[in-house]
Design a protein around this ligand. Structure first.
Ligand code: G6P
Length: 612
């Protein structure tokens, strides 16, 4: 959360900052701001989107070759102009952008106030920039870098920062702890950003900062050291991201583009991992660690939001086929509840961004307790990917829509591969079934295409229900997590209250909500629970609920029973979640558009949640 950019070089900095902030807007869009140095230090910031910032600076001087920028997801202090970044120190020597939370800011603020510092905003960030100023003024010989390191040594919490000091005009200082930062290496220029997306237009050579790294960046040189002043060697990595990945193309929204990309992203995720004759699965990233996974007494899947839903699908698959006990935990609960863990446990973190603070912290805790830690991440080089013992990347490509879609199906694809491989290595699955399930997975992309072409029908159905106040989503078995994910998508982007429920639990509460105003979305594809879910549908029908059902193609019984259907091709229940979720993504999308919501940037939400 919060996106930061910086540039130092010969180019005109303003367009670099603005387009960089636009690329990072998925991380927060409460306010935006830039600071550009061109002899004078010009700081422009305002509440709202990057486009509001552009309007705000339209008639201002934006010339200069060194600058920093920020797009905010508010933590301390409401979203307004005053609390927008960059923040300037009281004496005007330092200007800073920050992603993260300074937890001991109140204590530091009081100390600084006693020393005569005054504050303009309610933010923790302004405390940090003044703490740097304080150290800067504390000795004749003090330079900006030392002041930054001393200030950071007093800070409790998380930060990704870029700092500019007015008296050291050709230098930016960046540092991270907990919040990601990437430095792009150009010729005689450097780029800094929260992720590589603002950088790839200019260079594919990047350095990912590690926690407690401080980078001292001049136009022609880069030095890395720790907060404690120890030198740090750096590793240059090539980023594989194209500009096309970062643009909407012909689609109205990134979310819609990402929904339609799923046949390809699922295929990209399994391609190279399943043998062409469907006889076996190879998970290269897990080869060395597989003997440990085989010995695991238990597998614990952790994640947040949509990734947690993917974990639930994984639990059902791994337990059913590999017969290994699996637990699924919200990372935010797991990290604080002192779970029993030891070296016999394998903990797998599932995260699109690979940066979610709770997931990362839960993983670190599991590692400390001796568990083997693995990652299923989408963003290459992300913190979780780098801190785990091993892992499998999803190949969903850049996901920009704040509501996750293609990352979910890619995560489920990886979990499908993992469950099958483990089942095979454990001798729990007959070779014929193993081969036929791999084949089923390989057929998913084509089946998905046939669902996507039905988008006009899904849009028509969405129009019927767009004004509802509440919605209930029901599913059983593998389709229970799909119901949860369908409800989450709807509430995230359309602000319609929606609850996902295990269909068998309906009679223990949600049935009280059912009346002729309530749309009830039932994920009712043909599987071993089919008869049971048909009974649940009857129960809703008896109470005059409006039923929208995701059904298997040709299911005339349900078609006659419910108000509206989204048909999906016949498939093995094991892969059905990958198909059943897609009409629900489209349904939410169209409802949100019809309700006039900002689909890609829903209110209060953001991606890459680097605060706990
Ligand atoms: C945020 C996003 C969700 C995402 C969740 C977990 O809440 O809006 O779409 O599922 O974070 O993110 P992760 O990157 O760890 O998958």
């Amino acid at each position: 959360m919060c996106g930061i950019v910086g540039y130092i070089g010969d180019k005109n900095v303003y367009p670099i900052l603005i387009s960089g902030l636009q690329r990072l807007e998925y991380r927060g869009y409460d306010s935006a701001g830039i600071a550009i140095f061109n002899g004078d230090l010009n700081v422009y910031k305002c509440k709202g989107r990057v486009s509001d910032l552009e309007n705000h600076v339209a008639d201002k001087d934006t010339g200069g070759h060194v600058g920093i920028g920020h797009t905010r997801w508010a933590t301390h202090g409401e979203p307004n102009d005053r609390n927008a970044h960059p923040h300037t120190s009281m004496n005007g020597n330092f200007v800073l952008v920050h992603n993260g939370i300074i937890e001991n800011y109140a204590e530091l603020k009081t100390t600084l106030q006693k020393k005569g510092f005054t504050f303009q905003s309610d933010t923790d960030t302004e405390v940090l920039v003044n703490l740097i100023e304080y150290f800067y003024q504390s000795g004749e010989e003090m330079d900006a870098e030392t002041a930054v390191r001393l200030a950071l040594s007093k800070v409790v919490g998380a930060y990704g920062i870029v700092v500019f000091c007015k008296n050291e005009k050709n230098r930016l200082i960046a540092a991270r702890k907990g919040s990601p930062l990437v430095i792009g290496l150009g010729r005689g220029e450097y780029f800094i950003a929260s992720d590589a997306s603002p950088i790839v237009e200019y260079t594919d050579s990047v350095i990912y900062l590690n926690d407690l790294d401080v980078a001292i960046i001049n136009k022609d040189s880069l030095t890395l050291k720790t907060v404690e002043n120890a030198p740090v060697p750096f590793k240059v990595t090539k980023v594989d991201m194209s500009i096309g990945d970062l643009e909407k193309g012909d689609f109205d929204h990134f979310m819609l583009k990402e929904i339609f990309e799923q046949p390809k992203t699922i295929e990209d995720t399994f391609r190279g991992r399943i043998k062409p004759d469907h006889s076996d699965i190879v998970l290269g990233g897990l080869l060395d660690i597989f003997p440990k996974i085989m010995q695991a007494r238990r597998i614990i899947l952790i994640g947040c939001g949509t990734s947690w839903h993917a974990a639930l699908v994984g639990e059902y698959m791994i337990e059913e086929y590999a017969r290994v006990p699996v637990e699924v935990e919200y990372a935010s609960e797991f990290r604080y509840r002192n779970p029993i863990l030891d070296k016999n446990d394998v903990v797998i973190a599932i995260s699109q961004s690979g940066e979610t603070a709770d997931t990362l912290a839960a993983l670190r805790m599991a590692k400390e307790k001796g568990a083997t830690i693995l990652g299923i991440c989408n963003v290459v080089g992300s913190s979780i990917a780098r801190e785990t013992d091993a892992g499998v990347y999803t190949h969903a490509g850049v996901e920009i829509g704040v509501a996750s879609t293609k990352a979910f199906t890619a995560q489920v694809t990886v979990l499908t591969l993992f469950a099958l491989k483990l089942a095979k290595e454990k001798g729990q699955i007959a070779p014929e079934l193993y081969g036929s399930l791999i084949h089923e997975l390989a057929e998913v992309p084509d089946k998905l295409k046939s669902i996507l072409v039905m988008h006009p029908h899904i849009k028509e159905v969405a129009a019927k229900y767009k004004d509802a106040i509440n919605a209930l989503y029901l599913g059983r078995g593998y389709l229970f997590p799909v119901a949860l994910e369908g409800a989450l998508k709807l509430k995230e982007i359309s602000y319609m209250h929606a609850e996902g429920y295990a269909a068998g639990e309906m009679k223990h509460g949600p049935i009280a909500l059912v009346d002729d105003n309530l749309p009830v979305v039932v994920v009712a594809a043909k599987d071993s629970y089919y008869e049971k879910i048909v009974s649940n549908i009857q129960e809703v029908k008896a109470r005059r609920g409006n039923i929208i059902a995701v059904v298997t193609e040709g299911d005339d019984t349900l078609k006659a029973m419910v108000n509206d259907v989204f048909e999906i091709p016949k498939s093995h229940p094991f892969v059905t979640p990958l198909l059943a979720v897609v009409p629900l993504q489209l349904f939410s999308y169209y409802i949100a558009v019809m309700r006039g919501c900002d689909v890609d940037q829903p209110r209060n939400l953001a991606k890459s949640v680097t605060v706990e």
